[in-house]
Design a protein around this ligand. Structure first.
Ligand code: GCU
Length: 337
């Protein structure tokens, strides 16, 4: 029998404090024939491809395990922005979360390799690398001392820069502009090399920051641009193609360990099916996003990509500082077709 999750409205704004004292998921023992409904935090909207694919992941897991494990997906940062959600997974207050690569880089610097411009050549290449156990096995278990296990990843797509004033054709066009980036030094350095000034902030704050003029622009792939409605307030989208970003499914390590071997296998199999469903939805979501943006009067431009690539060239060499990172980089590159 599925249990009702805790009421979350009261948690808004102070999720970490309120949840820190709670036990993790519903406390029934899956081995005793009772069910557990896991809480999964994501910062995307309900209609974003990963939210949709994760909802079906939960339904299929529920069916495959005869109701022993189910998942409730909390979209739109309801359980906190990614940094908080990650902390809550570590604490065991939230069971699962989707977090972008830069968040994991803040816990183990080796994750930085998959956050670098130029590492992935396409969304498909990225999906192959971040879901290849031989490449990622040690990396994904490296956070277990913090009670976090990485299960695998979704591509978050090739990113462009979008601005209130435009079009952006060269790095010089970004001079003096404040561009929002994800909250890591690497992302700050990346946008500086591209010619702009960096403003790190959480995803959910970007719309208001754009609208009020606190920032002049941001950078993301088309589906995030339109599902977050940033196209309403920043009408110039430039295909700078500077980065393919990764999103990861993370789970509380103790929780994963509490699953029977059979249920762990079912979990893994349903996750693999989720990756397939995600990619089908993903390609369609890019088309839908472009159509929606065009209908809202957005100007798409193809800038001087060589100039941006040249500006970003130093970043990988500056950033990769140990053998583990170098091997991850070489393994990723070797998988490119
Ligand atoms: C993408 C990605 C998110 C990330 C966001 C961001 O939308 O899928 O996980 O949080 O970019 O720029 O913050």
């Amino acid at each position: 029998m599925r249990r009702t999750p805790i009421v979350l409205a009261a948690l808004a704004g102070s999720a970490a404090l309120v949840l820190a004292g709670c036990s993790g998921s519903d406390s029934a023992d899956s081995g005793s024939g009772e069910s557990r409904t896991l809480r999964l935090a994501i910062n995307q909207t309900e209609d974003y491809p990963s939210t949709i694919a994760l909802n079906s992941f939960g339904e299929r897991l529920d069916a495959a395990t005869d109701g022993r494990w189910a998942i409730d997906v909390y979209a739109n940062e309801q359980l906190g922005a990614q940094a908080e959600a990650l902390q809550l997974v570590s604490d065991g207050a939230v069971d699962l979360a989707i977090v972008a690569g830069p968040q994991l880089e803040n816990l183990n610097k080796d994750f930085v390799v998959f956050n670098l411009p130029g590492v992935f050549e396409s969304d498909e290449h990225e999906m192959a690398v971040v879901n290849d156990e031989e490449i990622t096995g040690d990396l994904y278990s490296s956070l277990e001392d913090q009670n976090i296990t990485v299960i695998g990843g979704f591509t978050a797509g090739m990113r462009g820069v979008y601005t209130k004033e435009g079009p952006i054709m060269t790095p010089a066009d970004l001079a003096g502009m404040k561009i929002r980036v994800q909250e890591t030094d690497t992302m700050v350095r990346m946008i500086e090399l591209m010619g702009a000034t960096a403003t790190p902030m959480a995803f959910g704050e970007v719309y208001t920051a754009l609208q009020s003029g606190v920032i002049d622009g941001a950078e993301n792939a088309e589906p995030s641009y339109t599902t977050q409605k940033h196209n309403e307030v920043a009408k110039y989208y430039s295909y700078t193609n500077h980065l393919i970003n990764s999103d990861y499914l993370v789970i509380n390590t103790d929780l994963l360990a509490s699953m029977s071997d059979e249920d762990k296998e079912l979990f893994r199999a349903e996750w693999d099916a989720t990756l397939v469903e995600y990619m089908e939805l993903w390609d369609q979501s890019i088309e839908d996003a472009i159509a929606a943006a065009e209908a809202s009067g957005v100007t798409f431009t193809i800038p001087d990509n060589a100039a941006f690539a040249e500006a970003l060239a130093p970043l990988a060499a500056e950033t990769i500082t140990n053998d583990v990172q170098q091997k991850l980089y070489d393994d990723a590159k070797a998988l490119a077709k």
